[in-house]
Design a protein. Structure first.
Length: 321
């Protein structure tokens, strides 16, 4: 959704200028207290700069709705409440992460927003802009009734099918509780690899998951997480526009096509990634091995029952033999 000229951008400007309108609506109560903002809890978490990287990493497991807001501005309370209700209705298929841009300005700069509220969907570390500024009633209904379920569907098609942890309480230790709840759902042998991935060291995490696979070839979770980490290590920081342009400019360049296929996978465009590499293989049979290895890596990311897998496997077999 585009910015609305009539709404302006309430909140605190990152340039340092104070929004006088926000001052008129400022409340002193803490979230959850009388007169304060709605509290976190359930499938709603509050994220800070300290927990931001971990939150981004978990978007490879389940989709996250990111609300950039100012929790002392009462104009934003209805928006936060409606989003929490819509996310809760998905029963763990998506999580709402709220970020106070007044106390975490670096995160706002990461998302390149100048004020609150702003809303993004986060899939496998990739932000998708949804809203900037206060929504109209019609836009709010569209977000809760249509867009959030669509984000969940996109995540499932991309193989992001995990469940968000449910938080029973909300207090100053919430970030630690969220981390512990997520940790409790991770097999003990996976803890170190998961920690490395949460810290953004995807290459080391992929190596750690690879060791788990070597120790137990039936560990399908380790195989999937290793593939995700390899993907993120290669291309999480890629400039999508440059990658796509390079592939368009050099259609016979294997690396350019592998790079854009990575971008497609991270963005949830699994069929596009499969088709791109299989189409390339059809015209470049002398480069079978690197394409086969990359596709086999991709094949463990979606659910095993995904119909796109069977189709791509059949075509790969046909092209190879």
């Amino acid at each position: 959704m585009a910015n609305k000229n009539g709404q302006g951008q309430p909140g605190v400007s990152l340039a340092g200028a104070v929004d006088l309108g926000a001052l008129k609506h400022q409340v002193d109560a803490e979230p959850g207290q009388q007169g304060g903002a709605p509290a976190a809890g359930g499938y709603v978490i509050d994220t800070t700069e300290a927990s931001f990287q971990a939150m981004v990493q978990t978007s490879t497991t389940f989709p996250i709705l990111v609300l950039l807001w100012v929790p002392t501005d009462d104009r934003l309370f209805p928006l936060a409440t409606r989003l929490a209700e819509a996310v809760s209705a998905q029963e763990g298929r998506i999580q709402l992460s709220r970020i106070d841009i007044a106390t975490n300005p670096q995160i706002a700069q990461t998302f390149q927003v100048q004020g609150a509220p702003a809303l993004f969907a986060l899939l496998a570390g990739r932000p998708m802009p949804i809203l900037q500024g206060l929504p109209t009633d019609e836009e709010m209904n569209q977000i809760t009734d249509q867009l959030i379920p669509q984000v969940v569907q996109m995540a499932q098609k991309a193989g992001i099918t995990g469940s968000a942890p449910y938080q029973e309480t909300n207090d100053q230790g919430q970030d630690e509780q969220a981390g512990q709840a997520a940790a409790d759902a991770i097999p003990p042998a996976h803890q170190e690899a998961h920690r490395l991935a949460q810290e953004g060291d995807y290459a080391a995490a992929a190596e750690a998951y690879g060791q788990l696979v070597q120790a137990d070839s039936t560990d399908d979770l380790a195989k999937r997480e290793q593939a995700k980490c390899l993907l993120m290590a290669r291309s999480a920081q890629a400039d999508v526009r440059k990658v796509r342009q390079a592939a368009a400019d050099a259609p016979d360049d294997l690396q350019a096509q592998l790079d854009v296929a990575d971008v497609d996978m991270i963005g949830g465009q699994i069929q596009d990634a499969f088709d791109r590499l299989l189409d390339f293989l059809a015209g470049h049979r002398d480069q079978t091995d690197p394409i086969r290895r990359r596709l086999l890596e991709y094949f463990v990311i979606p659910e095993p029952t995904d119909p796109r897998l069977a189709k791509a496997r059949r075509r790969l077999s046909t092209l190879m033999y």
